[in-house]
Design a protein around this ligand. Structure first.
Ligand SMILES: *Cc1c(COP(=O)(O)O)cnc(C)c1O
Length: 375
């Protein structure tokens, strides 16, 4: 059993993918071939926004946005304490200062009440200028955008939605990647919509911002290829990866349904005994991960070891919150502000999750887990 099984997906659409890859190679348009523009249109239509700008990966997608907003030294960018490092990394890379916000114990996403508290705290300190919020759709579940956007409006902040794990999710009738001023996603192979290498995308309804981001994607190009009008990146998506994603998008909605069915099966079998993921009303998760909280965190490594002996792989997403990362040890913060994320980091355990898990596998995983926990 695999934690994420990409072979089964490949076998399902092998003929199409092989053909598309060979076509891309024989066409010879390796950089920004027509497959890239086609994919951008399809993704924009899928999400329901005007502009999709594909790029090199989900981390660069975040950077492109912060660069387009001119975020830099002296600026504060608020983000969740419980996320993958890249979300916070790009803030420091832009020379701005990350201000971490504790998360909700049930959804794992940024806590809007604590977000406002951190904004007020930062304003009171007076050293940094609050500029933006990066909300993360952790494990595939959209963050609470109604509340986040309300707070952003109140303090004139931009909202960047890091939906690297969230593509395909739904928030009150709206698709993930259409929430906030700008949204980004990742096509890293293990994400809900993954390619066969690195890839990412930025989404926005703001046409002029989209033009700036297209320029940043290619060395800050102007209308003349050899007159560069700003400092940018080399951050394009490969044509071959666009061709692969075009094939995978065809089966994406079906795979989302499969993920949702698997998550329901897991929850049905586990919910009476352990803390299972919460999906608030009106939301749909893309189920990048299925993450439970163990009743006795001190037993986590033993439980993982015993599951492994039975051929069941599990992962810890994530063992360490942002405020405890060595790279951020220079930042000032009050550690008592992060009681929830610290606790969660000790409790979480992610179970195998991909669209092709069988009922037999789910039964094996859940019965083994409950047996081990109760022994
Ligand atoms: C994966 C991920 C990223 C980075 O995406 P890459 O394509 O690997 O650069 C950013 N944020 C979150 C929340 C992620 O899970």
């Amino acid at each position: 059993m695999k934690f994420i099984d990409l072979d089964q997906q490949y076998n399902r659409i092998k003929d199409k993918i092989d053909k598309a890859v060979i076509q891309a190679i024989s066409d010879g348009k390796y950089i920004m071939g027509p497959q890239v523009a086609k994919l951008e249109q399809r993704l924009a239509d899928y999400v329901g926004v005007k502009n999709c700008i594909t790029c090199s990966n989900g981390t660069d997608a975040l950077s492109i946005c912060l660069m387009a907003w001119n975020i830099g030294e002296g600026d504060a960018v608020f983000t969740t304490d419980f996320t993958f490092f890249a979300t916070a990394e790009v803030i420091s890379l832009s020379k701005a200062t990350p201000v971490f916000v504790d998360c909700c114990p049930d959804t794992f996403n940024i806590d809007p009440v604590k977000l406002e508290q951190q904004i007020i705290k930062t304003i009171k300190k007076g050293r940094l200028k609050p500029k933006a919020i990066i909300a993360v759709d952790l494990f595939g579940l959209p963050a609470d955008y109604d509340e986040i956007n309300k707070i952003a409006q109140k303090y004139s902040l931009k909202v960047l939605s890091d939906s690297a794990q969230g593509f395909g999710g739904i928030y009150k009738g709206r698709k993930a990647c259409s929430l906030g001023d700008v949204a980004t996603t990742s096509f890293f192979p293990a994400k809900p919509l993954g390619c066969y290498g690195d890839g990412g995308a930025v989404f926005t309804n703001d046409d002029s911002l989209a033009d700036i981001m297209r320029s940043i994607r290619v060395h800050g190009k102007g209308s003349d290829k050899y007159d560069n009008i700003r400092i940018g990146l080399n951050a394009r998506l490969d044509t071959i990866q666009a061709a692969i994603l075009d094939c995978k998008l065809d089966i994406f909605d079906d795979e989302l349904d499969m993920r949702n069915n698997i998550a329901s099966e897991y929850t049905k079998k586990l919910k009476d005994y352990i803390s299972t993921p919460v999906v608030p009303k009106g939301l749909r998760s893309a189920w990048a991960q299925y993450t439970i909280k163990l009743p006795d965190p001190s037993r986590r490594s033993e439980i993982m070891e015993r599951l492994k002996e039975r051929g069941i792989p599990t992962m810890i997403y994530y063992p360490k919150p942002m405020h405890q990362q060595t790279a951020f040890s220079n930042l000032e913060f009050d550690s008592e502000d992060y009681a929830v994320s610290e606790k969660i980091c000790s409790e979480v355990l992610s179970l195998p999750m991909h669209p092709y898990l069988t009922n037999e596998e789910i039964e094996k995983i859940t019965s083994s887990l409950l047996e081990i926990i109760n022994s």
